[in-house]
Design a protein. Structure first.
Length: 238
């Protein structure tokens, strides 16, 4: 999308694909914010007050068990929006969302977005397609976690992170990666070590750098391309 009136072109894909007249209605209600590491976006059984459209930040939707173990349900980067349940009429949720990689995002009142959604038209169509893409991502992750090795799952996850933030370098600890994949830190250490020794990634002091994206795709399972294809089909992204 080119410049619209006095508004800068959006850096988030969902906002960028909106028709000009819809974006012009929303733009005055959008506030650029800086998201910090581990910042809570919303928690379990809490209403969604704001929705977030990331630029270069990354938000994880995470489920937690009674024993404290966690696993990631979906990733939200510049291709999407955190707080999608707000437009579907739900007031509570069984998962929480927090910032995994800090950066910039646009924030909007959930009430304002819901009002625009209820008008029908392009925004409603785009957000419903995004819901379908998120559901597909979560369903594919379930299958991946059941059938594929830790190394394959790590490769798939790193590729998705790269696509979401549009960068080959990001800060992530092995403990945090283990929580997202639902595996022990020791398993992440072994898998990351194998990828490092092969010259595919570089990992040091919590910083991951993808050195060879094509090789990383080869190490991944079919789940990465399945998720990427679904987002491209529904939204023209990822």
């Amino acid at each position: 999308m080119s410049n619209i009136g006095n508004f800068a072109p959006p850096e988030n894909h969902l906002l960028a694909v909106l028709p000009a007249e819809v974006y012009e209605r929303l733009a005055p209600h959008l506030k650029r914010v800086s998201l910090t590491n581990y910042q809570s976006i919303y928690d379990v059984d809490e209403p969604v007050s704001y929705v977030y459209f990331p630029h270069d930040s990354l938000i994880s939707l995470v489920n937690s068990m009674e024993d404290g173990s966690t696993i990631e349900v979906s990733l939200v980067g510049r291709e999407g929006m955190a707080g999608i349940l707000a437009i579907l009429g739900g007031t509570t949720k069984s998962h929480r969302a927090y910032v995994q990689i800090p950066g910039q995002a646009m924030r909007m009142s959930a009430v304002t977005l819901k009002a625009e959604f209820d008008r029908g038209g392009p925004l409603q169509s785009i957000l419903l397609r995004y819901c379908q893409a998120l559901f597909s991502q979560a369903a594919q992750a379930i299958a991946c976690n059941r059938f594929h090795s830790t190394e394959q799952r790590l490769a798939r996850w790193l590729l998705l992170v790269r696509d979401c933030v549009q960068s080959d370098t990001f800060l992530l600890t092995q403990e945090f990666i283990g929580e997202m994949l639902g595996v022990p830190r020791s398993s992440v250490t072994v898998a990351a070590g194998n990828l490092s020794q092969a010259g595919i990634i570089h990992y040091a002091r919590g910083q991951v750098t993808i050195l060879d994206g094509e090789a990383l795709e080869t190490c991944s399972c079919e789940c990465y391309n399945a998720i990427r294809s679904e987002f491209a089909h529904l939204l023209g992204t990822l």
